[in-house]
Ligand binder design. Structure first.
Ligand SMILES: Nc1ncnc2c1ncn2[C@@H]1O[C@H](COP(=O)(O)OP(=O)(O)O)[C@@H](O)[C@H]1O
Ligand SMILES: [Mg+2]
Length: 373
């Protein structure tokens, strides 16, 4: 079996990229998964999407792997490329891991995602979207608030100054998002309290891996307890050292509320296979969904991999399970598969993708070198 680990290689695409570290990291994830997944007859190779993305996709389509592990989080330095990449995989008829374009697009349009959550009754902090300075006057939310770019990920654009306590600080934080990130600002009620992560794996059933939370240490004294960009991506910063992710234990009733909110949020956006839902928990034990990460970070040191390890799955086992989950969704569960080799490529089951059905039947033997790095 040939697996292509498709990833963006666009950290040099922009001269001044505020998300450069996050973009670079995915290359390491692809390398780590390549060695974790390559066993016996299963060969996994990283495939980069560079500055001529369509050519890279065409080359992938010409040498179709059995499965694409889709690690592509952006294209040409633009996070919106995440949904575009999965859409191209659909057009190519290639089976791939993780969520479909709609869920990926929704998760990266935080205002739209929150509207869906509100519509489904999933708790999420009250919010407003500010697309221009003039719209600030219409924001009627009580302080404290947090201001983030509406369509970024991985804490891009989040600093201590994103948490604001008065109108002047709000204006300044919104200005930064509008000018530096060229997109609207999401203004949200700041939920003081614990930050809890729920990692989900599989489709039917969708397994909840052991919960984790961020332990905010000394350098957060007198400062907002948030996972800023520095805290997430600058390992030498005091914020990063002082915000480890640790196992999270909750009273049973609170645990149930947290898991229910996370599962409902994941399902509301139509996410699949794997992902992580981030919540804040008020001191009274009320959970609020703040971030849905459909194709979340799979770095060996990520919170997701650590939650899997806590469930007894080492990194290789996690990789193998991700592959299995995607293949089961695409082709049906093993007992339902026909023995004929060519039929294994035909998607079956309720989640099959019509587009992938069109292009999916290929000779299994045809797998000359995927454009490897
Ligand atoms: N409403 C909120 N209340 C408290 N903290 C928040 C809130 N929204 C975001 N944060 C903090 O900011 C961090 C980044 O925000 P998040 O919504 O997860 O954006 P991203 O998609 O960029 O990861 C979170 O990990 C959390 O620490
Ligand atoms: Mg987040």
């Amino acid at each position: 079996m040939l697996i292509a680990l498709l990833h963006n290689a666009d950290h040099d695409a922009l001269e001044d990229d505020p998300g450069r570290e996050a973009r670079r990291d995915v290359v390491h994830v692809a390398e780590a998964l390549a060695s974790a997944l390559t066993r016996g007859k299963r060969v996994a190779v990283p495939v980069a999407v560079r500055d001529q993305p369509l050519l890279d996709f065409i080359s992938l389509g010409r040498h179709p792997p059995d499965l694409v592990v889709n690690l592509c989080e952006s294209v040409s330095g633009d996070s919106r490329g995440e949904m575009a990449a999965s859409a191209v995989l659909e057009l190519l008829g290639l089976p791939y891991t993780g969520s479909a374009p709609l869920a990926l697009g929704l998760a990266l349009h935080k205002d739209k995602a929150k509207e869906v959550l509100v519509g489904r009754g999933v708790p999420t902090p009250a919010f407003a979207v500010v697309g221009s300075r003039d719209e600030l006057a219409g924001v009627e939310l009580p302080f404290p608030l947090i201001v983030k770019p509406v369509r970024e990920d991985a804490s891009v654009g989040v600093t201590f100054d994103s948490v604001v306590h008065d109108a002047a600080a709000l204006r300044s934080a919104v200005n930064i998002v509008l000018t530096d990130f060229q997109q609207p600002a999401l203004v949200e009620r700041f939920i003081a309290g614990r930050e809890v992560y729920v990692s989900l794996l599989g489709n039917a059933p969708r397994v909840v891996l052991p919960l984790s939370e961020i332990r905010f240490g000394k350098s957060f004294e007198g400062r907002p307890h948030i996972v800023s960009y520095r805290a997430k991506w600058e390992p030498d910063s005091p914020e990063c050292r002082d915000s480890p992710s640790v196992p999270c234990t909750l009273p049973p009733a609170v645990h149930a509320r947290v898991v229910d909110a996370a599962q409902s949020a994941f399902a509301a956006l139509g996410c699949r296979d794997y992902g992580r839902v981030d919540l804040r928990l008020t001191p009274e034990g009320e959970p609020y969904v703040i971030d849905i990460n459909p194709n979340c970070d799979l770095h060996p040191q990520s919170g997701y991999a650590r939650s899997a390890a806590a469930a007894g799955m080492d990194y290789a086992a996690l990789g193998a399970r991700l592959v299995e989950v995607a293949l089961e969704r695409t082709h049906g569960h093993p007992p339902h598969r026909s023995g004929r080799p060519s039929s294994a490529r035909r998607p079956a089951g309720p989640d099959r993708e019509l587009l992938s059905r069109r292009g999916a039947v290929r000779a299994r033997g045809h797998r000359p070198g995927v454009a490897a790095e």
